[in-house]
Design a protein around this ligand. Sequence first.
Ligand code: CP
Length: 316
Amino acid sequence: MSTQEPARAGLLSIADLDRGAIESLLELTDSFAEVSARAIPRVPALRGKTVATMFFEASTRTRLSFETAAKRLSAETMTFTAASSSLAKGESLRDTAETLAAMGVDLMVVRHACAGAPAQVAQWVDASVVNAGDGRHEHPTQALLDCYTIREHLRAGGPDGFEGLRVLIVGDVDHSRVARSGVLALHALGAEVTLVGPGTLLPPSLEGWPAGVAYELDPLLGEADVVYLLRLQSERMHEALVPSLREYAACFGLDAGRAARMKKGAIVMHPGPINRGVEIAAAVADLPNCVVTDQVRNGVALRMAVLFRLLGAGND
Ligand code: CP
């Protein structure tokens, strides 16, 4: 496929989805959550399709979740592992993508340390491409599964819908693709988002971030419906941005005292992997209102919805 032809439908950025498209994916996820809860969690929806996971950066949740989602939809799966691939012999990203495409892949799930890499792959291959995290740019399926998890808990007793919902995203926002996609999705659904952290970990400009900013966590804890903690992403830091982990945890870590001051019914979220004792205390990670395992469980159903929307009947 030449670079002049339009790329096949994929999911590269939350910015490509409007409120209706997000809500529709969340509704479709309800159906696949029901499938996932069955004794035999499998439907023939994508029989004959092939989904390749192409991870050029480490992952546990996203890769396994996409592979599980594809298998539950009866798609064939192909796992590309960068460390044991011909990348080690100098093969380029383009040649790698075109090689997998030539094997008949219908959809590629791409994670890469470089922002824009999945979009670039989408220009090279005649397959759908889903961004599974590109540098500090975006992680759209993480944002969607987070919205689904918030919606699930709201229905269980919180405010009715996302309008007026207050969400704090705390910590290393500047390096976070999860935060960027999350802010876009939550804003599209009507939530009020505040980014909280030291100035060194917040974006230098709020252009493209429809959110407020705060430099202290404590004054906001009692008002928030969702406290979303981020990992310090040392792999994307080129200098020390906090004086010490101990000081960071003292100012922005969610310890038992802070968790006790949260609003009744508010939930704690984290995309994982978590650093117990830094952004979240071990005891808080195990509290019933910390919904990290719900996020992981919902990630499979949400990714089934995304794969079905892109490859299901009528999308050839
Ligand atoms: N949340 C997330 O992207 O986790 P992994 O890096 O384990 O995929």
